[in-house]
Design a protein around this ligand. Structure first.
Ligand SMILES: O=C(CO)[C@H](O)[C@H](O)COP(=O)(O)O
Ligand SMILES: [Fe+2]
Length: 220
């Protein structure tokens, strides 16, 4: 399992996104939270900003779509140059078709589960995805407290992934910081989204190095 860090620009200065992307040259991905005021009670950014960011940075974009109609919109994010496009299981009406479409457009396909959504019903979809995203807060806002009750789901997801060959990345998103990342890594996560813990730090790049070191130390 290779540890990867995906800082969330939700906690960055939206008026200076190109500079904020440049401030984290050691990031594996830039996590882009797309919210539409329907799937979640918050509105952030959409395709035009992703297209602009794509041109402003060489760091691959990890788009997390918290939108009501991912079947309609997800392919456009892949076409816009996102390296990874993640849809929510709770929102997609035809997840297999949409995940296949994302892949056919050259992006990695991700499936996200909100805290109350069990992973077991999605076992048969593991072959269709490149990443499973487990929300460790209720989706919608940055800066929330990590939900410890998600640790058993991280462990169960890791076990399912290993049973299917260990190819799928396991991402955790929400409240991941210097204190919680070790427990996530120990439970089996390998891709870590961190918004406030990176962009709220005086030195975002140093915060990434510290998070990465802790995750590597705690990985099984
Ligand atoms: O998807 C998200 C919220 O829905 C964000 O990616 C997440 O909350 C990151 O922010 P923080 O690290 O501050 O919790
Ligand atoms: Fe996110």
């Amino acid at each position: 399992m290779a540890v990867q860090i995906s800082p969330s620009i939700l906690a960055a200065d939206f008026a200076r996104l190109a500079d904020e992307a440049a401030a984290v040259p050691n990031a594996d991905w830039l996590h882009v939270d797309v919210m539409d005021y329907h799937f979640v009670p918050n509105l952030t950014l959409g395709l035009p900003v992703v297209e602009a960011l794509r041109k402003a940075t060489s760091t691959p974009l990890d788009c997390h779509l918290m939108i009501a109609d991912p079947d309609r919109w997800a392919p456009a994010y892949a076409e816009a140059g996102a390296g990874s496009v993640t849809i929510h299981a709770e929102a997609a009406k035809a997840p297999v078709r949409t995940l296949r479409e994302i892949r056919s457009l050259g992006a990695r396909a991700g499936l996200a589960l909100s805290p109350a959504t069990a992973v077991e019903p999605y076992e048969d979809l593991l072959g269709e995805i490149d990443m499973l995203l487990l929300m460790t807060v209720e989706p919608g806002f940055g800066g929330q407290k990590f939900l410890d009750i998600m640790l058993p789901k991280i462990r169960r997801s890791r076990a399912l992934i290993e049973r299917h060959g260990g190819r799928v990345w396991l991402q955790v998103d929400g409240g991941v910081d210097a204190e919680t990342i070790g427990r996530c890594a120990e439970a089996g996560a390998d891709v870590f989204v961190a918004g406030s813990a990176v962009y709220g730090a005086a030195d975002p790049a140093a915060a990434i190095d510290a998070l990465r070191a802790t995750a590597i130390r705690q990985s099984g």
